[in-house]
Design a protein around this ligand. Structure first.
Ligand code: KG4
Ligand code: ZN
Length: 340
């Protein structure tokens, strides 16, 4: 069974072809970063218009690269939410129209389910159940993944998501959009311990997060610091140390509470090298296996949507003909596909 995946939830247009027997056959991502950089963030209307321009050419490309004709495609998975409504509508409308024309099923895929299943595309895929740390631009979630579609949210961000905190703090440091990777690069030249930032909400029980205070802490630190390039790098490092430490503390706590022995880390911030290394070290110390998608599948991509779509279509999920775009959509509302 060969599935086309379509992702248009935010500022990346992506498509991929996943074959149940042969694995991932082709994938392609177009980033709108250059389009939005002049504005310092994503402009929703520009994002939607660009998805309209890019989605069909990307689908054509992955069809050609995988040697697929329309007759080879048995189903379509498209990101139905959460995300920007206009951007989602582009992918959803194209997916539904192609499925109608080709007389095949199309299923609505939850973007964060796509992220959490992304490590399944790797050779050493994790077995269920596992704990998932999902850290993207819009979400910070600790999820007990019992089965595909059976998710129990253990903790989440009460304000800014981890990626959002990276992006906003990068702006304070004078870095260009997209800020997360730029802040990580600057932090790599900074010295740990020059500035000491708080580890929010780690001094009380619970698994929720709050990152917006770190942004304010950065602002206040910059007010009282000479802004030479080394000092800026040291501040970036202190911020990154604080986010990474906080995520690690909460993961350790969640692993202890659930007794789970596998941890999956996914979403854009999962591309952060310091986070990857520190979580691997934590896993080694606790006897917990830690899984990451390859770097390019941490950030938004079509492969994870094609994979999630294929799992749901294989399990017999069949959506009606409605074009479904859900800007807000909780993981806990998903259909448990193992329930039969
Ligand atoms: O998963 P993703 O591509 O899109 C969403 O679903 O939001 O995540 C994007 C987020 C952005 O906030 C970006 O700044 C952050 O991930 N990000 C990083 C790194 N690479 C991407 N944050 C920290 N370090 C990185 N290396
Ligand atoms: Zn994402």
């Amino acid at each position: 069974m060969r599935i086309l995946g379509i992702e248009t939830s935010c500022d990346e247009t992506a498509a991929a072809i996943y074959d149940h027997d042969r694995g991932l056959l082709a994938h392609s991502v177009y980033s709108q970063a250059a389009l939005h950089s002049a504005y310092g963030g994503v402009v929703p209307e520009l994002a939607s218009r660009d998805h309209i321009r890019k989605t069909l050419p990307l689908i054509r490309r992955v069809m050609n690269e995988s040697g697929s004709s329309s007759k080879d495609i048995s189903g379509i998975g498209y990101t139905s939410g959460p995300g920007l409504i206009g951007a989602l509508l582009v992918g959803a409308s194209i997916a539904r129209s192609l499925a109608w024309a080709w007389q095949i099923p199309a299923v609505a895929v939850h973007h964060m389910e796509g992220h959490l299943l992304a490590p399944m595309l790797e050779a050493n895929a994790p077995q269920l159940p596992f704990l998932a740390l999902l850290v993207s631009g819009g979400h910070t979630l600790l999820v007990n993944v019992h089965a595909v579609g059976r998710y129990h949210i253990l903790g989440q961000s009460l304000d800014d998501a981890a990626g959002e905190a990276f992006d906003k703090t990068a702006k304070l440091l004078g870095l260009d959009y997209p800020g997360g990777p730029a802040l990580a690069r600057l932090a790599s030249t900074g010295h740990s311990g020059k500035f000491r930032f708080p580890r929010p909400m780690t001094d009380r029980p619970g698994l929720d997060f709050s990152f917006s205070g770190l942004k304010t802490f950065t602002y206040n630190t910059l007010q009282t610091t000479t802004k030479d390039s080394q000092a800026l790098a040291d501040v970036a490092r202190a911020f990154q140390d604080a986010v990474v430490d906080t995520l690690v503390i909460k993961c350790r706590r969640a692993l202890k509470e659930t007794g789970l022995k596998r941890l999956v880390v996914a979403g854009g911030v999962g591309a952060n090298q310091q986070l990857r290394i520190t979580l691997m070290e934590m896993g080694n110390a606790l006897g917990v296996q830690v899984y990451f998608p390859r770097m390019e599948f941490c950030t938004d991509n079509g492969a994870m949507i094609a994979y999630a779509g294929s799992v749901r279509i294989m399990a017999g999920q069949c959506d009606n003909l409605e074009i479904q775009a859900r800007p807000r959509w909780s993981l806990t509302e998903l259909q448990d596909i193992t329930a039969g």
